[in-house]
Design a binder for this molecule. Structure first.
Ligand SMILES: Cc1cc2nc3c(=O)[nH]c(=O)nc-3n(C[C@H](O)[C@H](O)[C@H](O)COP(=O)(O)OP(=O)(O)OC[C@H]3O[C@@H](n4cnc5c(N)ncnc54)[C@H](O)[C@@H]3O)c2cc1C
Length: 394
């Protein structure tokens, strides 16, 4: 970078971590950053919603994040901003725990936030603060040491590169990019149970079923953490978004074990597997809610497999990764906690590290740290209180 030149940053991934990173960079005076995201309709990654027209009416379904909670004051500031912009609200719905054959118990002391028009409102609002190149799949990045710059596909040269996604794609993207230490950290394994003493990122897979019932069924909750072999969460999108509606729109999230037992290529789900998963999850729904199976007769169903759904381990002690010699960093939920809050905190932290680097600090962050198990109960069950969900301060 020539003196006086403004640093440019390419951020690969427009989920919460990438968007927050770009927005914070801009606040810190680094305004030439571009977020590249594959999202065809919108950015947001795993924090997104589907809007589906059924019988001529548009219905919102949250098909990954169901709600989020706040425990870190830095994230509280972001949520307050989103609230002022009308993008989030408190969810006053009743959230319970459901165990087979037992009475539902209400989850107390949980302040849950949701988007105002589906969880999608959160990334939508954040994307208004950044320069976003949507519907862009970045397939090649390369570090040129003589220029100290990153080439990003045919989008040009950037002073900094941020990897704001994980999974096989991130590992592949960085394999021959010229930053082997970063590539090493992005290597990934999959499975429902964390391998003992592993220092490799491990992700689980989850199935999500969204479905609409033509008529309401009576249950005494709006969202439920579920203890069942197939299901970890069920949520009522209709009551959540107070939609005036005859229909009832539901989301079911599977357990990690179910995700692993029924894993197929997520882009090419065989129709027979789709049918099987829908049937098993609807059976589970009827069983756990005590609603007769023949009343659970949807007029719409759609399944999705999140192959790289949630991390089972996270980075020790640091909130992001940065290699000072190569102007490259990583942010994402898997560095802090598998949640919207974790992703946001990681994006914030990396923006601040890059800003300090621009101002002359030459310090690596997180490069040589190990990974530690996520301290939550089942993945697919989300924050119920601070101690359960947030990575404890050391
Ligand atoms: C089923 C499910 C339910 C969940 N429920 C909750 C919940 O209720 N509460 C909660 O707090 N958390 C929940 N989570 C976790 C939460 O979704 C994540 O922690 C958070 O959204 C991760 O954000 P991120 O920015 O780290 O990654 P992502 O959201 O994965 O963002 C990465 C982005 O990068 C893009 N990308 C990838 N490769 C490329 C490329 N080569 N070029 C361009 N773009 C690329 C992807 O398309 C994606 O948009 C849930 C997750 C799942 C899967």
């Amino acid at each position: 970078m020539m003196s006086g030149e403004k640093p440019s940053v390419a951020i690969i991934g427009g989920g919460i971590s990438g968007l927050v990173c770009a927005a914070r960079l801009s606040q810190l005076g680094i305004t030439h950053s571009t977020v590249f995201d594959t999202g065809k309709r919108a950015p947001g990654g795993r924090c997104s919603s589907r809007f589906i027209s059924i019988e001529g009416k548009l219905h919102v379904f949250d098909h990954a994040v169901q709600f989020f909670s706040v425990s870190d004051p830095r994230f509280a500031k972001i949520v307050s901003f989103l609230h002022n912009k009308g993008a989030v609200k408190v969810w006053s719905g009743k959230i319970v725990r459901l165990k087979l054959g037992q009475k539902a118990s209400e989850v107390k002391n949980l302040q849950a936030f949701i988007g105002t028009r589906g969880m999608q409102s959160v990334p939508e609002c954040l994307s208004g603060l950044v320069h976003l190149e949507g519907n862009k799949w970045v397939s090649n990045v390369h570090w040129e040491p003589s220029m100290k710059k990153w080439k990003v596909d045919d989008h040009g040269w950037y002073d900094y590169l941020v990897i704001a996604h994980n999974g096989k794609c991130a590992a592949r993207l960085m394999a021959d990019a010229g930053a082997p230490m970063i590539h090493n950290l992005l290597k990934v394994k999959f499975g429902p149970v964390l391998l003992p003493k592993t220092n490799i990122m491990q992700l689980c897979s989850l199935w999500v079923l969204i479905f609409a019932l033509p008529r309401k069924i009576e249950v005494d909750f709006d969202g439920a953490f579920v203890e069942h072999s197939d299901i970890s969460w069920i949520g009522n999108n209709t009551s959540k978004y107070n939609t005036e509606n005859q229909m009832q729109c539901w989301t079911i999230i599977s357990t990690k074990t179910f995700g692993a037992n029924h894993k197929v290529p997520q882009e090419f789900i065989p129709p027979s597997k789709e049918k099987e998963v829908i049937c098993l999850l609807l059976n589970g729904f009827a069983e756990i809610t005590g609603i007769k199976r023949d009343l659970v007769a949807p007029c719409f169903t759609k399944v999705q497999l999140w192959g790289a759904a949630n991390p089972l381990n996270i980075l020790q002690d640091e909130e992001c990764v940065f290699q000072a010699s190569h102007n490259v960093g990583i942010c994402g939920d898997w560095l802090v906690s598998p949640s919207v809050e974790g992703a946001a905190i990681s994006g914030l932290a990396l923006a601040e590290v890059i800003s300090r680097h621009v101002n002359g600090e030459r310090r690596d962050v997180g490069l040589k740290k190990g990974l530690e198990p996520v301290e939550t109960e089942a993945i697919g069950a989300f924050p119920t209180n601070k101690s359960l969900f947030f990575k404890p301060a050391k």
